[in-house]
Every structure is written in C-alpha cells, then in structure tokens.
Ligand binder design. Structure first.
Ligand code: PLP
Length: 379
C-alpha cells in the first residue's frame, strides 16, 4: 500500500478529516459575496455559531484566514494599551502567543512552564494579586504537546482581577468542554480545521459583551469592530473565502445534528482509548495523564525507532497519517489527533498498524493489547 490522500486514515492534529457533505458544500459556482444568496449563508452561520460556543451571549465573527489570523485579530483589537499583560506558556503555541502579544502590548509578563508540563498556576495567581493586569492570554489546548490547560481553575482569579481573559481555543473548541459565560472568557478563537472538521482557512472569534465594548482599531484587515459592523448586515468588510463559508455552514449543521455533547463525549472516549492503547504498548505519553488533552495525544517515539522507521512507515506502508513533533520535539514525539469527526475505525486501523511496526522491530511485548484497549472503550 502506498500513501493515498483520498483514502488515508488521517489523524494529524488538524486539519482533520472532512465529511463528504462538507466537501460537497464547497462545490458551487462562484457566488456574488454581496448578493442575497451569500448573505443568506452568512445569516445561517450566525444562527448556528451559538451551538459551537455554547452561549447565546456575546458576538461571533468569522474571518478569512487561518487560526493565527483570529489570534492576531483578537490581540490587536483587544490588548489594553496600558497595564501589564500576562502570557502563559507550556508549549509551542504558548510561545507563539507570547511573540504575537509582544507585537501589540508594551508590558508583557511571561509565565512559563517546561513544554508539556502544567501551567505555572501559582505564579499566575500571585501575579494577578499584584494588580494592574490588563489581560491574561492563554492557550486552552496546547496542541504541540497534547496538554489541556485548566481554564476553570484560573477563571475565578482572572475574573477577580478585572483583566480581560483572552483564549486561543483553536484546538479546543468543539473538542473540550467550554463554559465561556461561567469562566468569564472575553474572547476565544476557534480554527475551522480542528474540532469543527471544516477545511483550514477560517478563524472564528467569539467576544463577550464586555469585549465588544472594548474593541479598538488594531490590524486593518482583521479589525474586529469592522467585521462586527458588516456582520450585522450578514456581510463581510472584504472579499470572504466564499467556498470556506459554504463548508463552515455545512460543518456547523453536522455538529448541530450530532450535538456538541455527543461530539465531546466521542472525542473524550477516543482520547481515553488512545491513552490506554499507548500505555498498553509500553510507550510514554508526553504530558502527565491527568493533564492530557482529549483532542490530541502526544507520545514519545518508541525507543530505538526514529521518525523514518516509525511515522514515515505508518504513512508509506499503511496509509496512516499521524503528526510529528514541533520545535525541540521534532523527531522525538508523534501526535495523534482524534477530534472533529474522527471515529473508532480510525483508531483501530492506526493501532493495528502501530502494533505491526513495533512487532517487526521486535518491540511488541503484548500483541493485541493496544487494539484490545481501544475495543474496550468502544460504545
Ligand atoms: N494555536 C493552536 C493551539 C493551534 O493548535 C494552532 C494550529 O495548530 C494554532 C494556534 C495556529 O493555527 P493556524 O495554523 O490555523 O494559523
């Protein structure tokens, strides 16, 4: 078997596999983005977005651009001009947050933990208690190391401080439980290509009512106030990525049909199955299990096998795609994404292939154990 993108078992950490209905939705002739038909699409998307974010409060904006465009829109339009801004780092995307925030804020306090470890919660609390914090910027799900950061824990401290609570939810929205109102999140960014299972290329920013009032001009193309104003007329300030909006509508309809609770439950069970299977193989998760993410599982490469012998072989011999590591972890870890419409057959094929590769290298001590671990979690 050789790699075939049309039939691959596709479990990278996003983009994720896309349902044929969503793919077909994009196959339309060009539409007039200033015409009634397209405005109707935008209207429908607007009516469906509360499903995605689990709240009827606040406002959402759809931007043409990948997740980072949403982050840039959020930070450039909301970071306060005065006061300290806290960034939290425990992986690659936390580091990127810090770099991005430094473009738009003058006084940044970076609170870091080693990649893959829990955020420095006590340091955050102490820093907030010192006062004069304008915003806290955090990655909900640190995709690079498969860690779910604990927003519920920090939410009361952030709320009490009065700081804006700004969240990168690119790999958590529609994958991890979200309580935006309860946590007092002021802005969160979702990416189309992760839990939503739409194609890459759209960012969706959800804003609290307080954040809407605090918007100020930042980046021009990504000016959230301008986008909100256009959206009132089901319009966009600039030419939108029309086919991606069509895909987004269908992906949201699919999510509504499945139900967010059902999608989260499946994502969680797949994650549990994946973690159990990894442990059954005697492999080591990157983070402690207690903080491991439900949307992406990060694993140290099997001892003695390099990326070429392992991940590339999965791709070449079994048509299975998982993802490698980033930064200093390149070549050292692999990551299995199990969000969006990922399902049991994906995991079964993947672990069958992993077992076989380990076996051919004489490193499989308990044949069938990983597969059994997956089967045991199936509904
Ligand atoms: N933040 C997180 C947590 C991510 O997982 C990603 C992408 O994987 C990004 C930011 C960057 O998003 P994009 O590549 O869509 O710009």
């Amino acid at each position: 078997m050789t790699f075939d993108p049309e039939t691959a078992t596709f479990l990278i950490a996003g983009p994720v596999r896309i349902h044929p209905r969503v793919l077909r939705a994009m196959s339309m002739p060009s539409l007039n983005h200033r015409g009634d038909y397209f405005h109707g699409i935008v209207e429908e998307i607007r009516s469906l977005l509360p499903v995605l974010f689990g709240t009827e409060r606040g406002r959402s904006v759809v931007l043409s651009g990948s997740g980072t465009a949403g982050l840039e829109a959020m930070y450039s339009s909301l970071l306060p001009r005065s006061g300290r801004v806290i960034t939290l780092v425990n992986g690659n995307f936390g580091e990127r947050t810090d770099a991005l925030v430094r473009r738009y804020a003058s006084t940044v306090v970076t609170l870091s933990a080693p990649w893959g470890q829990a955020l420095p919660y006590d340091a955050l609390r102490a820093e907030l208690e010192r006062g004069d914090v304008g915003a806290v910027c955090v990655v909900h799900n640190e995709t690079s190391v498969g860690v779910a950061n604990d927003l519920a824990r920090i939410a009361p401290w952030v709320r009490a401080s009065g700081a804006l609570f700004l969240v990168d939810g690119i790999s958590s929205v529609a994958g991890l439980p979200l309580r935006l109102d309860e946590w007092g999140v002021d802005a969160i960014v979702a990416g189309s290509q992760k839990g939503l299972a739409a194609p890459a290329g759209l960012a969706i920013v959800h804003l609290s009512d307080r954040a809407v009032e605090r918007l100020h001009p930042g980046a021009y193309y990504l000016d959230l106030a301008a986008h909100l104003k256009s959206l009132e007329k089901n319009d966009t300030p600039w030419t939108p990525a029309v086919p991606l909006f069509l895909a987004l509508r269908e992906a949201l309809v699919l999510l509504k049909e499945e139900g967010v609770a059902a999608r989260l439950e499946r994502t969680h069970r797949l994650a549990e199955a994946c973690r159990n299977a990894i442990e059954a193989l005697g492999l080591e998760l990157v983070p402690a299990r207690a903080i491991a993410s439900d949307t992406v599982t990060a694993v140290h490469n099997p001892p003695g096998l390099d990326d070429r012998q392992f991940r590339k072989r999965l791709e070449r011999d079994y048509n299975v795609l998982v993802q490698g590591g980033q930064g200093a972890l390149t070549g050292k870890i692999f990551r299995i994404g199990h969000m969006g419409i990922a399902d049991w057959p994906d995991l079964l094929v993947t672990f069958a292939a992993i077992e076989r590769i380990l076996q051919t290298h004489g490193r499989l001590s308990r044949p069938g154990a990983a597969l059994n671990a997956v089967v045991a979690q199936m509904p």
